[in-house]
Design a protein around this ligand. Structure first.
Ligand code: ASP
Length: 334
């Protein structure tokens, strides 16, 4: 069994600097130290350090593509892949990689830590050994994220805590596995129709608009001027917006009429959108806004970037939102 490790950055490899935590640890040395005396040997692990190493708050779709390119470059040399990544946007990257790698055919496991590897109180060793264990198991499928004793589906995971060692959660489906002696592996798989030969990720202009009590049409119109390529509307509950606010739902109807898809994501972490179920959601539903079903915000955002990168626009893009590409949402038949 050969494992390729791609080190992208994040707290896991950070050291204290006068400006705060920044990348600087000897990650390859740490990996060799972690596996010393185990059944894994150093020559089973190949290693790439991406340049520059980043705090994942600086990640863009170009960084997603950099990871994908590194995985593809080493595809034939390894049986499984581990990516060391910052926690802040790891769930975005996990979703983005899930869409782009449906044809990859080998498991990819992202992990990181809440505290840098050089501290005795750090969770780095537990998470790295967990990810390596998942890679070695032969049971991991697709893109997953290991953190705090759980292996989550990459298209279903969200960061839920800034401090807990159980920092990630999967609000809609049970994790792929949880640690123990032995590990428990869920019998359920989350897959989709895939995407052949995807074009590379590129940056796209997606406006994210949150509903709050008292929001006005003027504020939302200003936020959507000039027109973005797509809108994520973070609505209340199952997809509700304040319909009594003069002109507010018209702003969304207008952008849809101009060919911009509006995707409705719930502000609730655990959600299943039913846009138009209530009178308050009726106008945007009739205008053509589409619900993100039970996708996480991260999965919905990365999916829209993916679809825009494939050249889809407007209603054509909107039609793909409810179809699972990589297990990111639950269809009515499941
Ligand atoms: N800001 C860091 C990052 O996302 C946080 C972490 O890794 O925990 O890179």
């Amino acid at each position: 069994m050969r494992i390729h490790v791609t080190y992208a950055g994040g707290t896991i490899g950070m050291v204290d600097t006068p400006q705060g935590l920044a990348p600087g640890a000897d990650m390859r040395g740490f990996l060799d130290h972690v596996i010393a005396g185990t059944q894994l040997t150093s020559d089973q692990i190949s290693f790439t350090e991406l340049a520059p190493l980043i705090d994942s708050s600086n990640a863009t779709p170009e960084n997603w593509q950099q990871m994908i390119d590194d995985l593809r470059a080493h595809r034939d040399e390894a049986d499984a892949f581990v990516i060391l990544h910052g926690t802040d946007t790891m769930s975005f990257s996990a979703a983005a990689l899930s869409y782009a790698l449906t044809g990859f055919g080998k498991p990819v496991i992202l992990t990181g830590s809440q505290l840098p590897l050089g501290l005795i109180q750090s969770d780095a060793t537990a998470n790295v050994t967990g990810a390596l264990n998942a890679a070695l198991s032969g049971k991991a499928r697709g893109v997953t994220l290991f953190f705090g004793h759980h292996l989550f589906w990459g298209s279903r995971v969200t960061k839920s805590s800034t401090w807990a060692f159980e920092a990630f959660d999967s609000p809609a489906v049970e994790p792929a596995a949880r640690t123990g002696a032995p590990w428990y592996w869920s019998p359920v798989r989350h897959e989709g129709c895939g995407w052949d030969d995807p074009k590379p990720y590129a940056r796209h202009d997606i406006a994210v608009v949150d509903m709050v009590p008292g929001i006005t049409a003027a504020r939302v119109k200003a936020a959507l001027t000039p027109l973005p390529e797509a809108v994520i509307l973070r609505a209340y509950g199952v997809g509700d917006v304040p319909s009594d606010e003069p002109g507010l739902t018209d702003v969304f109807a207008d952008v849809i009429a101009q060919g911009v898809p509006v995707v409705v994501v719930s502000q609730c972490e655990q959600a299943y959108t039913l846009v138009g179920r209530y009178e308050v959601g009726d106008a945007i539903a009739k205008a053509g806004a589409v619900g993100a079903v039970d996708m996480t915000f991260e999965a919905a955002y990365a999916k829209i970037v993916f679809l825009l990168s494939q050249g889809l626009r407007g209603a054509e893009l909107a039609a793909w939102i409810g179809k699972p590409l990589a297990g990111e949402l639950t269809t009515a038949t499941e």
